[in-house]
Design a protein around this ligand. Structure first.
Ligand SMILES: Cc1ncc(COP(=O)(O)O)c(C=O)c1O
Length: 324
């Protein structure tokens, strides 16, 4: 990947089209079965651009209660778009169309207008759960019926597709815009793309520029993305198998519990009151294993292309030592 980046053909992407960024954007659009895609420096910026593009100030966007756009984007929707977020809780990240329906405002004089539905697939803080295609289809039917656009935060859509066998384009077809990240399981240092119909992506160009996301010789980063699509996409099922093994190993340690994950994120529940996930995380780091706390009673472990089978064995042993 580093060699591909060094050899990338580049040009000033703020003035015209960097040829390598152009190639990546076309490739992503093709994979997602949409008209166009645009490279962004981060998933957060691409998600926020989508909120800006779909909404108007003083309106409301609906999302699941643990969504990235709600918890981890620093109230960007409020700050940048003047949009309030309305959350719908779920146990797994899989919100039914009916639950979304109950959050959609009646369109009277007393409530904000619902201007957007945001979905997340896979769902990060619910442990990489896959939102089934059927679920997305039902939500899209509701969205069409109510005239509300759908944005899909597909930072890990690759994992959803690998785990379910559903083509990326089938998921993407159920949304008006899709964000995908190169910098998670695909192993790139930087980069996410916003994809959708060409007129929307044309408008996204100006939004990105305003947010300071226009970059000059961005082909250096795009080359990493192209490399990742060629080499790191097909192997995601290996991460999923390792995550299942890690969950099984963790579940055997007294004081911990973990369900078999759908994809590459393992939420390890800490069941003993005398154990603090932050303290465990620090002990694991001293032992050479990086696992962050995932809330006050959980550890969140992620498998990726730098985690081998041996690494999983070492992680399970380190967890047992940390728990003591
Ligand atoms: C579901 C989801 N969406 C968006 C993002 C934001 O991506 P970035 O870190 O590139 O801003 C993340 C990051 O972890 C994420 O998990």
């Amino acid at each position: 990947m580093r060699a591909a980046m060094a050899q990338a053909e580049v040009a000033d992407d703020v003035l015209g089209k960097d040829p390598t960024a152009d190639r990546l954007e076309r490739r992503i659009a093709e994979l997602l079965g949409v008209e166009a895609a645009l490279f962004f420096p981060s998933g957060t910026q691409a998600n926020q651009a989508a909120v800006l593009l779909h909404t108007q100030p003083g309106t409301e966007a609906v999302c699941e209660g643990e969504a990235h756009v709600f918890h981890y984007e620093l109230a960007g929707a409020a700050w940048l778009s003047g949009v309030q977020l309305h959350t719908v809780s779920s146990d797994s990240g899989r919100v039914s169309a009916e639950a979304f329906r109950s959050a959609i405002r009646p369109g009277d004089r007393h409530h904000p207008t619902t201007s957007l539905i945001c979905l997340e697939n896979t769902h990060n803080m619910h442990g990489g759960t896959v939102l089934p295609l059927e679920n997305m289809r039902e939500i899209r039917v509701l969205a069409r019926e109510t005239g509300i656009p759908v944005h899909l935060d597909g930072a890990r859509l690759w994992n959803a597709s690998a785990a379910s066998g559903v083509p990326l384009a089938d998921f993407a077809a159920e949304a008006d815009s899709v964000m995908v990240s190169l910098s998670k399981g695909l192993g790139c240092p930087i980069g996410s793309l916003l994809a959708g119909p060409r007129p929307l992506i044309e408008r996204a160009w100006s939004v990105r520029k305003r947010l300071g996301g226009g970059m000059r010789q961005v082909g250096i980063l795009a080359a990493a993305g192209l490399y990742a699509l060629d080499h790191n996409l097909e192997r995601l099922h290996e991460d999923h198998a390792r995550a299942r093994r890690l969950a099984a190993g963790a579940a055997e340690i007294e004081g911990l519990a973990a369900d078999p994950p759908d994809t590459n994120i393992v939420m390890i529940r800490v069941r003993r009151d005398d154990l603090d996930p932050a303290v465990l995380s620090a002990a694991l780091e001293r032992d050479g294993v990086l696992i962050l706390p995932g809330g006050s009673r959980r550890l969140r472990a992620v498998t990726h292309l730098d985690v081998s089978d041996d690494g999983i064995d070492r992680a399970i042993e380190a967890l047992a030592r940390a728990v003591g």
